[in-house]
Design a protein around this ligand. Structure first.
Ligand SMILES: NC(=O)c1ccc[n+]([C@@H]2O[C@H](COP(=O)([O-])OP(=O)(O)OC[C@H]3O[C@@H](n4cnc5c(N)ncnc54)[C@H](OP(=O)(O)O)[C@@H]3O)[C@@H](O)[C@H]2O)c1
Length: 256
């Protein structure tokens, strides 16, 4: 796939996976819309992307606010006329006591950012993609969305919801020229996982993970999951009877 001139909107572009994707795609000559809340960080990233060989614009916005996302997308389309790929990546971890004790406003916040934020982004771009008759929606979900994980009720629920949402969208847009790619990464070293003291199995370096995201997008895969070792375990867990799953998953301690 030739990324040169491909028009890509990335949510959650200001750090971690979003930032890594932005820089890697800029090097390949993509045109990037970078969306996140931290304006200054986004602007600096846009400059780096342009130095790396891409074209980049910063759109400071909160994904939980549908009108700001729609406005950012309007500005983007006014300048570039079309969109090839949306990468719905913005997300938060919910690795705190309030979320673990099922404090409803904290759980709602995780679902609002991780699930509704992605819904807002899809709602903003999909009509344009349908009008053009082409486009690709990419969801950065998580292996944590396959089944409920201990101490991760809000995060697991938000990612399971995200996966199901994008899968339903894929069925709805069949035959309309839109591809939907749902990516389920395991643990990757980013600000989201920084500060966790417990073992994160098969933790990946960001630089090793970025080419895997790009490969899944290029191949227009419907589902991708990596690293393969953790993906295999988690996929096996999906088919385990609950007594066996509880015994194995109940021992996980990585969110402490
Ligand atoms: N790292 C992992 O191990 C891992 C594994 C599986 C899945 N994922 C998923 O990958 C995605 C990226 O995570 P990451 O590890 O790269 O984390 P990260 O470095 O913390 O990046 C999260 C990004 O989301 C943005 N964001 C958060 N809340 C937002 C909001 N309300 N509106 C707009 N942007 C918002 C942040 O920017 P601002 O703060 O500037 O808004 C930031 O750019 C997340 O969806 C995460 O669930 C990560």
């Amino acid at each position: 796939m030739n990324w040169s001139g491909k028009i890509v909107l990335i949510t959650g572009a200001s750090s971690g996976i979003g930032e890594g994707l932005a820089l890697a795609l800029a090097k390949k000559g993509a045109v990037l819309g970078l969306l996140a809340r931290r304006e200054e960080t986004l602007r600096e990233l846009a400059e780096k992307c342009e130095k790396a060989g891409g074209i980049a614009r910063a759109y400071p916005a909160d994904v939980t606010d549908p009108s700001t996302i729609a406005e950012a997308f309007e500005q983007f389309i006014r300048e570039f006329s079309t969109i090839d790929i949306l990468i719905a990546n913005a997300g938060i971890g919910g690795n705190d006591e309030a979320t673990r004790s099922y404090h409803p406003p904290s759980v709602k916040r995780i679902v609002d950012v991780n699930l509704i934020g992605a819904v807002n982004a899809v709602h903003a771009v999909l009509p344009k993609m349908l009008e053009q008759g082409h486009g690709q929606l990419v969801a950065i979900s998580s292996l944590a969305g396959y089944r409920g994980l201990p101490k991760s009720a809000a995060y697991s629920a938000s990612k399971a919801g995200m996966t199901a949402f994008f899968e339903s969208v894929r069925l709805d847009v069949r035959g309309m020229g839109i591809d939907v790619t749902i990516i389920h990464p395991g643990f990757i070293k980013t600000p989201l996982t920084a500060g966790r003291h417990n073992r994160m199995p098969f933790l990946m370096e960001l630089d090793d993970a970025i080419p895997m995201f790009i490969k899944a997008i290029e191949k227009r895969k419907k589902f991708a999951a990596f690293p393969w070792q953790l993906a295999t375990i988690v996929r096996a867990g999906k088919f385990m009877p609950s007594w066996m799953y509880d015994r194995i998953a109940g021992r996980a301690r990585y969110r402490e």
